[in-house]
Design a protein around this ligand. Structure first.
Ligand code: KIV
Length: 294
């Protein structure tokens, strides 16, 4: 039986076999991710655009994220479940940040939380770690900063910006995060960070040198509703197309009468069927019974 993955066991994988992470947002996607051997399941705030139809991740609240995190952890995956702290849930005060992070563990059953940002989030990261909750960092293209970044753009392309990003990675790793997601950064930057810090790096659009890779479940499997796929996504299946074909066949069987067949039909015992058929009009019979009772 596969052993449960934990934040310390992820940290211990630094420089070892590659870490495999994927998002999941509900019980079936969690089960599939776990069966496929995910080390880490991220209940990402990407649930907002991927599943709930929003344009960005900013609309989801702690309540929504915990609703989805709990659905994932109810499947008791061997993978470590990381709950993604949504925008504004770790920005105001350390007290509120610890309270919100604690809800992911107490109500959502998560084994860790992830939050976006570098040195300017260090106080919050220290506070959550002090509460014994493992933290995963997230640097580079941080989707919750979409307005501040002026769109979803690769980060750290210029030497100065790259230097700042590398300094952020050092600060987070020194603070004690057990892993850092590097999203949308040049491969050279990811390589330098990976070689220099103690925490494992998990890349998404960050090249091949990271300690692990993550993709969004619906992107990898082709289950997504949108047409647009970022350059860094590799699609390994086309489940949405398969689902459309399955439903088209179902509807055509309904039209032709081929569904339901004998195999999908319940029967009553022959005796009961015969009695029932002999009652020409069951409601007449009921009225006669009622008349006799009065
Ligand atoms: O929310 C999310 O899906 C993420 C991953 C893309 C890392 O943060």
């Amino acid at each position: 039986m596969a052993t449960k993955v934990t934040a310390p066991s992820v940290l211990a994988r630094k420089g070892g076999s590659k870490l495999k992470m994927v998002t999941a947002y509900d019980a079936p996607t969690a089960q599939i991710a776990d069966r496929a051997g995910a080390d880490i399941i991220l209940v990402g705030d990407s649930v907002a655009n991927v599943v709930l139809g929003y344009d960005d991740t900013l609309a989801v609240t702690v309540d929504v994220m915990i609703h989805h995190t709990a659905a994932v952890t109810r499947m008791k995956p061997h993978s470590l479940v990381v709950g993604d702290m949504p925008w504004l849930s770790y920005h105001s005060s350390t007290e509120e940040t610890v309270h919100n992070a604690g809800r992911f563990v107490q109500e959502g059953g998560a084994g860790a939380v992830k939050l976006e940002g570098g040195r300017k989030r260090l106080d919050m990261i220290h506070a959550v770690l002090d509460a014994e909750i493992p933290v995963m960092g997230h640097l580079g293209l941080t989707p919750q900063s979409v307005h501040a970044m002026g769109g979803y753009r690769v980060q750290g392309k210029e030497a100065h910006a790259a230097y700042e990003l590398i300094s952020d990675a050092h600060a987070l790793s020194d603070a004690g995060v057990f892993a850092i997601v590097l999203e949308g950064v040049p491969d050279t930057v990811a390589e330098i960070v990976t070689n220099e810090i103690e925490a494992p790096t998990i890349g998404i659009g960050a090249g091949a040198d990271c300690d692990g890779q993550v993709l969004v479940f619906h992107d990898v499997t082709g289950l997504g509703a949108g047409e647009y796929l970022p350059k860094f996504v590799k699609q390994y299946a086309h489940l949405a197309d398969d689902a459309v074909t399955a439903l088209e066949e179902f509807f055509s069987d309904v039209e032709s009468g081929a569904f339901p067949s004998e195999a999908e039909t319940y029967h009553m015992p022959a005796e009961s069927a015969e009695i029932l058929r002999n009652l020409s009009n069951p409601s007449d019979h009921l009225m006669a019974d009622e008349a006799m009772e009065h």
